[in-house]
Design a protein around this ligand. Structure first.
Ligand SMILES: Cc1cc2nc3c(=O)[nH]c(=O)nc-3n(C[C@H](O)[C@H](O)[C@H](O)COP(=O)(O)O)c2cc1C
Ligand code: SF4
Ligand code: SF4
Length: 419
């Protein structure tokens, strides 16, 4: 049986599955229920100066039969007083001393950060998460993503915190930036012990076509919100891998964004995260999903004869290279399994209109035919085919040895190198 115990930058927890700072960590009642259900840690809903929230505040993208594929919110940080939050956090820590309780914070002034750090340490929190990611409301007041988008400010505020805190400091990054490595390296320079990513992505999820009001509506108006849930996982995985693969970045990573199942969590570990945090899936399905995360990850480790999540960390990130390093002579072509094909012709239409005209439909025949000499191996037909594993991509031997763009004769830079 693998050991799921986690030590993330010095923060210990029974497992690497934490609740992200968000509505599921609003209150002590919720966090205690989550710990009872099996969550290893919780990042409390961000503490800060008193704010007021709007109503309504969530919008969602439902795609065909999938509800809430992406969730959007225009909510701010906690709207409860610091005193109430600290009292409940203390109760949680007393009842669950071995679970990780992280205080997420967002302030403007150095003295405010220092005061909150002291008060949180007094009630026994295990670490801090600095919210440099909130993409609405708080950034207009110079906080949240306004910090995460400016590496100098990110470094400065992180150093204010690290000069005071005696517990580990995690910097939570915003994805609303073109190069995620810049604020991550700034956080490292500021003395952070770890980073977490991603916070939510700027978005407008939709418009009510009857009223022409944007979602979520606040008396007919709205504002751009933060996008999260299953739809954002590919963006989060890429950003996590960019940090894992950066030669100068050395901090542990807590992966966030679209984690719902154990497979999602394992993907984040393979990209280099050593814990994961979850928000939308818990808002959708409740705390109970942690059972799947624990059992599924344990089973996966067992099946790979591994003993801990640490053994997975970053394995796949190493396989992400620059495009110029890929083998141009590697070739696959599509193959249709005639036993599985239902004759829907979706593959034909996709290839004919949207790809390389490499599939023929023969009158009277249910199964389309791949024109093997034309097929460029783009994958499109296998992606649109509604029958699982009906179209597979089969490697063919070209007899040619590996060549990358880096060394290709048509690459002017490669030629320069050759001389
Ligand atoms: C309604 C809502 C409120 C959130 N509030 C906070 C917050 O106060 N502090 C914070 O750091 N992140 C906040 N987040 C972002 C989440 O912690 C998380 O980074 C994001 O939702 C991506 O994870 P997910 O795809 O599992 O939801 C919030 C997200 C949602 C949906
Ligand atoms: S892999 Fe691409 S090119 Fe080949 S048959 Fe399918 S869609 Fe057409
Ligand atoms: S999409 Fe799949 S099932 Fe439909 S015709 Fe093509 S191979 Fe057959």
């Amino acid at each position: 049986m693998p050991n799921l115990e986690s030590n993330f930058a010095g923060i210990k927890s029974p497992n690497p599955f934490w609740l992200a700072s968000a509505p599921p960590t609003n209150t002590g009642y919720q966090v205690m229920n989550a710990f009872k259900a099996g969550w290893g840690g919780a990042v409390w809903k961000t503490l800060g100066q008193p704010i007021v929230n709007v109503s309504s505040r969530y919008g969602a993208l439902s795609y065909k039969s999938t509800r809430m594929m992406g969730l959007n919110n225009i909510e701010l940080i906690t709207d409860r007083s610091l005193e109430v939050n600290l009292k409940e956090m203390k109760e949680v820590k007393e009842k669950f001393p071995n679970h990780a309780l992280i205080a997420s914070m967002m302030f403007e002034k150095k003295e405010e950060w220092h005061d909150c750090i002291k008060r949180c340490e007094d009630i026994g929190v295990d670490g801090f998460e600095l919210n440099y990611g909130c993409p609405h409301g708080m950034c207009e007041r110079g906080m949240g993503s306004a910090v995460g988008q400016n590496p100098d400010v990110c470094e400065k505020i992180t150093s204010w915190v690290t000069e005071k805190a005696t517990k580990p400091v995690i910097v939570k990054l915003t994805p609303n930036i073109s190069d995620i490595t810049k604020p991550a390296l700034a956080a490292q320079r500021g003395g952070a012990n770890a980073v977490s990513l991603i916070n939510t992505i700027n978005s407008v999820t939709g418009i009510n076509l009857d009223t022409m009001d944007p979602n979520p509506t606040v008396s007919g108006l709205s504002t751009h919100g933060g996008y999260c849930g299953p739809a954002v996982k590919p963006i989060a995985l890429n950003m996590v891998s960019e940090l894992t693969n950066h030669p100068d970045f050395k901090l542990p990573i807590s992966g966030i964004g679209g984690v719902e199942t154990w497979q999602d969590a394992v993907e984040f570990f393979l990209m280099g995260a050593s814990t994961v945090q979850v928000c939308t899936a818990v808002m959708h399905y409740g705390f109970r999903i942690v059972t799947d995360l624990i059992e599924g990850t344990s089973g996966y480790l067992d099946s790979h004869k591994m003993h801990s999540v640490g053994e997975l960390c970053g394995i796949t990130a190493k396989k992400l290279k620059k495009w110029e390093e890929l083998d141009l002579n590697y070739k696959v072509i599509a193959h249709i399994d005639p036993e599985k094909c239902i004759g829907c012709q979706l593959c034909y239409i996709a290839c004919e209109d949207g790809a390389h005209q490499s599939i023929s439909v023969i009158p009277g025949q249910r199964v389309p035919m791949i024109k093997e000499d034309h097929c460029v191996g783009c994958n499109l037909c296998s992606l649109v085919c509604p029958v699982d594993t009906c179209i597979s991509m089969v490697k063919i031997e070209t007899g040619k040895s590996k060549i990358t763009w880096k060394d290709h004769p048509a690459n002017p830079l490669a030629k320069v190198k050759a001389f």
